[in-house]
Design a binder for this molecule. Structure first.
Ligand SMILES: Cc1cc2nc3c(=O)[nH]c(=O)nc-3n(C[C@H](O)[C@H](O)[C@H](O)COP(=O)(O)OP(=O)(O)OC[C@H]3O[C@@H](n4cnc5c(N)ncnc54)[C@H](O)[C@@H]3O)c2cc1C
Length: 420
């Protein structure tokens, strides 16, 4: 079979999270006949629903940075630890963490930084184009973000990373106590060290974005099937997509099923080491003030955003091999206490609690790739902390792969081959 799909070819997309819907929209605009499968309504089957809604486009380092072993241990010992690996999950995830640790060293680390830079440098332009095509460009702001540190010491330790970003063309400026008080008057007065990163922004609401894209996709002729895909079977002239409702034949398929993507890869004999990196947050519908700027608090591992649904505060990383592991309710109590520490006047009534499974790969780089074992299967998954931010860029890269366009060498970083 040829390695490119002609216009009019039928493509099944598995997963209607932000990544699947963005990919489907890109493919429909290229002239493919697209069908999206998901048992959940668009955006509501995974973390695309109530994530922090930030467009983070200046993080140029993988989570596993040099010295991560010590940093991770220190984090796990601190009160309200932003990093948790419960009980037996430590054993189950040993191979994953082995690979994670390897990312922090030598060429692995340099390659991961280069891939993160490739995505970050295109995120805003691709997002603007995708949202304009969907008629909702006004729902994204390139406001910049305040990175607010708890300690002068961690602020000082972060400076080499900020210098590296500035050198790569991602500018920032320091925020002292006065600047923080002026721009973030509802924050506790204890915060006196921050950086304003320009390549950052937010959307009005992450679920609204998925819904708008889904609507725009339908206008381009795309369709949705509310069913779970149980099996993919490649044939000589197509691929069978099986669901509980029956099976249909397509020319090609895109696996964008978040953490569940790894099962599909396994069935094709491919290693796609996805872990569920669970994040917890609270949304306060009526906080009593309006936050002007999206915030990241690196010492606490949380992000704070003013969204249509309210003020959202949360984050953290709780690793699990099993994405269906029950949520840890004590995280919400801790998050509520932290929220009032940061904003002493916060009205917490009516808070909505939520947990989502980030689909995370050990090198923090998504897989945007053709399958190694079937020409008809493609993957777009493993976006970890930046699935919303990189949805448009990864959709464009995937669309260009499917259309058989020549790829810039930098896109090789996203291949599935690196795990196989
Ligand atoms: C607390 C938190 C805050 C975050 N904040 C941000 C942020 O500010 N900015 C950012 O860019 N990212 C953020 N993220 C990360 C972001 O949410 C994810 O990277 C992104 O949502 C992943 O999207 P996805 O479409 O790949 O996966 P998902 O949203 O998980 O979608 C996958 C879909 O596949 C479906 N599916 C699974 N199996 C099957 C099957 N067999 N058949 C059919 N369908 C199937 C599921 O139902 C689901 O709808 C955050 C995540 C968390 C948890």
């Amino acid at each position: 079979m040829s390695t490119k799909f002609d216009k009019g070819a039928s493509i099944a997309v598995i997963g209607a999270g932000i990544v699947g819907v963005a990919s489907a929209f890109d493919l429909a605009r290229r002239g493919y006949e697209v069908t999206v499968f998901d048992p959940a309504p668009p955006g509501q089957g995974g973390p695309s629903w109530r994530n922090a809604g930030q467009i983070g486009a200046s993080d140029l380092q993988p989570l596993s940075t040099p010295g991560i072993a010590l940093t991770g241990l220190r984090m796990m010992l601190q009160k309200d630890s932003p990093l948790r690996i419960p009980g037996l999950e430590k054993l189950r995830l040993l191979p994953w963490f082995w690979r994670f640790m390897a990312t922090s060293r030598g060429d692995n680390y340099r390659h991961a930084c280069a891939a993160m830079t490739t995505l970050a440098s295109q995120a805003f332009e691709d997002m603007s184009q995708m949202l304009s095509a969907a008629g909702c460009a006004g729902k994204m702001r390139r406001s910049g973000a305040g990175f607010i540190y708890d300690r002068a010491q961690s602020f000082a330790a972060s400076q080499p990373a900020w210098a590296m970003k500035a050198e790569a063309g991602f500018p920032s400026s320091p925020m002292n106590r006065e600047v923080i008080a002026a721009r973030l008057p509802d924050m506790d007065a204890r915060f006196s060290h921050g950086m304003l990163s320009e390549n950052w922004g937010d959307v009005s609401d992450p679920l609204e974005i998925v819904r708008d894209l889904a609507g725009a996709l339908q206008k381009c002729g795309g369709t949705f099937r509310h069913s779970k895909v149980t099996r993919l079977t490649p044939l000589a002239n197509g691929i069978f997509v099986e669901t509980e409702a029956g099976r249909e034949i397509f020319d090609g398929t895109v696996v964008a099923a978040g953490v569940a993507s790894r099962q599909f890869a396994k069935a094709f004999g491919e290693n796609l080491p996805l872990a569920a990196e669970r994040g917890y947050n609270l949304t306060f519908p009526d906080p009593g003030f309006r936050l002007e700027l999206p915030l990241v608090m690196p010492d606490r591992g949380i992000a704070i955003t003013q969204l249509g649904e309210g003020l959202r505060i949360g984050g953290w990383a709780e690793y699990a091999a099993n994405p269906n592991r029950p949520e840890n309710r004590s995280c919400y109590e801790a998050m509520s206490r932290i929220s009032s520490e940061i904003f002493p006047g916060l009205n917490q009534s009516g808070a909505i609690s939520w947990m989502g499974n980030r689909p995370s790969l050990p090198d923090s780089i998504p897989v945007i790739s053709r399958s190694l074992n079937s020409n008809r299967v493609f993957y777009n998954c493993g976006h970890g902390h930046y699935g919303l931010s990189n949805s448009a860029t990864s959709a464009r890269i995937l669309g260009s792969l499917i259309a058989g366009e020549e790829q810039p060498p930098a896109n090789r970083a996203f291949t599935l081959r690196r795990f196989n």
